[in-house]
Write a protein that binds this ligand. Structure first.
Ligand SMILES: [Zn+2]
Length: 269
């Protein structure tokens, strides 16, 4: 599943290949846009917002796409074969004289006025990889619901954008915070956002999703259910977390991330 760093890298590569160049052809394979032809229009730039990608066009419109679970953009030279998946999974093709950008399995492809981008990404919290990252605003949004579990709150893109399940689990491990603790009980919420941002920025630049500094064992807890913690040897646990529409498997080390019980309540270990 793409996280903020994956989307950021995709945007960088698309921006380098498309920005400032005139499209020679386009093919948007969603019913509402089947007759749209973007040939002759210059791409101004490609901007990531959380897991959304905004391709801004010289005619005042923006092509909005979203990766969700397994979407991807691939770039090809004119003489290269396309290898991103079967043809029926292609949702968008943007071509200029040098590059062809092919979008596979994109659940969202739409065109809107650039001035109205806020309608599709305005609900997002501050973007951890954005130039306008705002720690105070992210903390304000997180604290609006102090009873909510921190693991679930961190993955909610309306609080802060860019953290998927890998970074939620790994950040909470590094900060020693139990994923089921209430947001309001977390002592240093700012440290959690700083750690998530540091991991995302570092990995966005180098194109890996390692949180341990060791590529042979890239994650502390994510995907490691039942295996010993690298730090304390306790077996890593996992459990579903979040509302039914946003359920994810959360991983944590009970030794390094003990629950911080609120007064007068009984918490699961
Ligand atoms: Zn541990």
């Amino acid at each position: 599943m793409p996280e903020g760093d994956t989307v950021w890298r995709a945007a960088q590569r698309l921006h380098e290949s498309l920005a400032g160049r005139v499209l020679t052809s386009s093919d948007l394979r969603v019913p509402a846009l089947a007759t749209v032809d973007l040939a002759g229009i210059t791409v101004l730039g490609v901007v990531p917002r959380g897991k959304h990608l905004l391709t801004r066009l010289g005619d005042g419109r923006t092509l909005h796409t979203h990766f969700r679970m397994d979407g991807a953009w691939h770039l090809y030279r004119p003489d290269q074969g396309w290898r991103g998946g079967p043809a029926h999974e292609i949702r968008a093709i943007l071509q200029n004289a040098e590059w062809t950008a092919v979008g596979y399995r994109l659940p969202v492809v739409d065109l809107l006025a650039t001035a109205r981008e806020g309608e599709v990404v305005g609900h997002l919290g501050p973007d951890l990889l954005g130039p306008d990252w705002d720690t105070d605003e992210a903390l304000r949004r997180l604290r609006e619901r102090p009873q909510r579990e921190i693991g679930d709150a961190l993955r909610d893109q309306s609080n802060l954008a860019g953290i998927g399940n890998v970074y939620a689990c790994e950040t909470l491990f590094l900060e020693g915070v139990n994923p089921w603790d209430a947001v309001g009980s977390v002592v240093d919420l700012a440290a959690i956002t700083q750690t998530a941002r540091r991991l995302l920025m570092r990995n966005a630049r180098r194109g890996r999703q390692t949180t341990t500094d060791d590529d042979r064992r890239p994650h502390f807890v994510y995907g490691r259910r039942g295996r010993p913690c690298y730090r304390c040897g306790t077996l890593v646990r996992s459990r579903d977390q979040g509302s039914p529409t946003r359920m994810r498997v959360t991983y944590w080390c009970p030794g390094c991330q003990p629950p911080r019980a609120a007064e007068g309540t009984i918490r699961p270990a």
